[in-house]
Ligand binder design. Structure first.
Ligand code: NDP
Length: 310
């Protein structure tokens, strides 16, 4: 069976940064890219908040560059999907979707999180053409335009507030008759004159010739007060939560109540010695590319230290 010192699972900014650092430290590494090589950033357009690119950079290009940099410094980057891992003893064993197995002294889990979508066909139809799940990434393109944010939690309020400083008008589409967000966040949203909250409202679909031009909504769905109506919008932002990609771990690492991997506050160590977590899979809070890259670096340094201690 093939054996490596460090198996990196995931190919977002965290995974590639961990690959760069471990390769440069002469740690025999192996990175599997997973089902979406490059991760979430490959689904956004221009990224203007990753330092070092004064003119911004296309998300796909940024990830291609990170991959190239990792390969150039000697990382072993392969396509492949890790189906399951056995973390019960070292060396750990990972099984790929094709059945192949790999032994590893250490594992860095960098499998990210996926934004939840409503499940409407129109979300796919207008992906990258007005539908987004990241206001910080894409909000800039909606200056002086009208947008809608779906959700009533802290993320939705934060995104709506962020967008209200750019867009001329922000609708919040909230399915219940209240916001789930903390009182402080609710207050911030309610204080903004250009945010209109549509309570008891669900989205039926989107419309538009060239990208999103509006949404079909329904109020009091399924009751005798049910009322269908449309709003004109240029952007449709999902903020109904994220799902960390931890299913393949099959309960072997400690997760928090939302399913994110619990790491030591200072390091990237997890509940299993020799297993480290980096990027969004262990970050319910910041979810930024540059933050993920930072934890990828930390995980690699933690791996080096751990290997030295063996
Ligand atoms: P939450 O799970 O807290 O909220 C999700 C929101 O989306 C809810 O309003 C929920 O509605 C709604 N929703 C879920 N599914 C659907 C659906 N299918 N259709 C319509 N609406 C839907 O997720 P968040 O991402 O907002 O927050 C996650 C965690 O992170 C929370 O603990 C939050 O407090 C925390 N957080 C904290 C921040 C801060 O402190 N600054 C910032 C961001 C997040 P319903 O209420 O009806 O279930």
């Amino acid at each position: 069976m093939e054996k490596v010192q460090c198996l990196i699972i995931g190919s977002g900014p965290a995974g590639y940064t961990a690959a760069i650092y471990t390769a440069r430290a002469n740690v025999k590494n192996l990175l599997f890219e997973g089902l979406q090589p490059g991760g979430q950033l490959t689904t956004t357009t221009t990224i203007e908040n990753f330092p070092g690119f004064p003119a911004g950079i296309d998300g796909y290009d940024l990830m291609a560059k990170m991959r190239e940099q990792a390969v150039n410094v000697g990382a072993d980057v392969r396509s492949g999907f890790v189906q399951s891992v056995d973390l019960s003893k070292r060396p750990f064993v990972a099984t790929l979707d094709g059945g192949e197995t790999i032994e590893a002294d250490t594992v860095i889990v960098a499998t990210g999180a996926s934004a939840k979508y409503l499940g409407l066909d129109d979300e796919k139809k207008y992906a990258g053409q007005g539908v987004s799940a990241c206001a910080t990434c894409d909000g800039f393109f909606y200056r002086k335009k009208v947008v809608a944010v779906v959700g009533g939690g802290d993320t939705a309020c934060e995104e709506a507030h962020y967008l209200s400083n750019l867009a001329s008008k922000v609708y919040m589409i909230v399915r219940k008759d209240y916001l789930r967000a903390s009182a402080a966040m609710q207050q911030r949203v309610k204080e903004k004159e250009n945010i209109e909250i549509l309570f008891n409202t669900n989205t039926l679909g989107l419309f538009g010739e060239n990208g999103v031009e509006g949404a079909h909504l329904v109020k009091f769905k399924g009751t005798d007060k049910e009322e269908k109506f449309d709003i004109d919008i240029d952007g449709f932002f999902l903020a109904i939560g994220h799902q960390p990609n931890t299913a393949f771990l099959n309960g072997q690492l400690e997760l928090d109540e939302q399913g994110y991997i619990v790491t030591n506050k200072v390091t990237t160590t997890t509940s299993v010695e020799g297993v480290f977590a980096a990027g969004d899979v262990a970050d319910p809070r910041y979810r930024q590319a540059v933050a993920a890259a930072g934890t990828g670096c930390r995980a690699a340094l933690d791996v080096e230290k751990f290997l030295a201690s063996l």
